[in-house]
Ligand binder design. Structure first.
Ligand SMILES: C[S@@+](CC[C@H](N)C(=O)[O-])C[C@H]1O[C@@H](n2cnc3c(N)ncnc32)[C@H](O)[C@@H]1O
Length: 267
């Protein structure tokens, strides 16, 4: 259990959380509160304000400060083929069975897709396996700015670090400024949606749900609620793929069984 004692006023903070819901539709219930508060306090200091209400006024009037707040809270860090060996495992050991069972008509969801690297990684993998055109790929995040960037599909070198030159050539157009844009035949296969994983209802019948590096921000109750929703949203024998520092300790509670580190099958 982590503790954090804030130097700022507790009542003002409670009010701040309520105002975030009312004004920005951002509900932080379910997030690790010590983490949210610590990060918010750092921003108060950075902007040299001494109360949450003053900081809230800044959020309302300065788009860049609002974006910084969201960024510091949720962290959009991602890359193509993040933890490459896990994607290799998915390709070799998981996808062939899923493709067979669904007769190629895979329904896949990248939940918490950030700026799009993860769902485009899925599309590239499926293309390599000759199964892209029959598959449906949905990608969701609650961060509007991240989704906008994802739809544009323009990336700098850094996020392509796990791709060799031949993959870069095959899947990206190099732009004059040195950035890379994902080719249209991949971009068009991903359907981006704005969804809050803690509040919104989910579609169902997924063969594969990829939710990586998202629940690290959630408290145990929110995590359990989310895993239950994922369990319900998967087809029988569908697979949940989680992040490399994440582990579900009680998978049976969600009708899931562990089939390999970071992979769970619905039974
Ligand atoms: C660190 S990124 C992970 C991106 C990608 N899944 C990966 O592993 O590289 C976490 C993403 O989760 C999103 N996120 C956090 N809470 C969310 C929620 N309640 N609903 C939807 N998305 C959320 C953030 O906006 C952020 O884009």
């Amino acid at each position: 259990m982590e503790f954090y004692s804030s130097p700022f006023d507790d009542n003002d903070y409670e009010l701040f959380l309520k105002k975030l819901i009312k004004h920005f539709n951002l509900d932080l219930t379910g997030y690790k509160q010590h983490r949210v508060r610590r990060r918010t306090d750092l921003l108060l200091r950075k902007h040299r304000v001494t109360s949450y209400s003053e900081y809230f006024d800044l959020l309302k009037t300065h788009k860049d400060i609002w974006e910084e707040f969201l960024d510091k809270l949720t962290i959009n860090v991602t890359e193509f083929f993040r933890n490459p060996e896990k994607w290799e495992y998915l390709k070799k050991e998981i996808l062939p069975d899923l493709i067979k069972e669904s007769m190629g008509n895979l329904k896949i969801w990248s939940a918490g897709c950030s700026t799009g690297e993860e769902p485009y990684t899925i599309a590239i993998l499926l293309n390599e396996m000759g199964n892209l055109n029959k598959s449906t790929i949905i990608a969701a995040d609650f961060d509007e700015g991240a989704l906008k960037k994802a739809k544009e599909g323009i990336y700098d070198q850094k996020t392509l670090i796990n791709l060799n030159d031949s993959f870069k050539q095959k899947y990206f157009n190099k732009l004059e400024n040195g950035n890379y844009q994902i080719k249209d035949f991949i971009r068009k296969r991903v359907n981006f949606k704005q969804i809050n994983l803690l509040l919104d209802n989910f579609e169902s019948n997924f063969d594969l749900i990829v939710c990586r590096n998202v629940v690290i921000y959630f408290d145990t109750e929110a995590k359990d609620k989310l895993y239950k929703k994922f369990g319900d949203a998967l087809k029988k024998n569908g697979v949940l793929f989680v992040g490399s520092t994440e582990r579900i300790f009680n998978p049976k509670d969600f009708h899931l069984i562990s089939i390999a580190p970071f992979f769970y099958r619905k039974n």
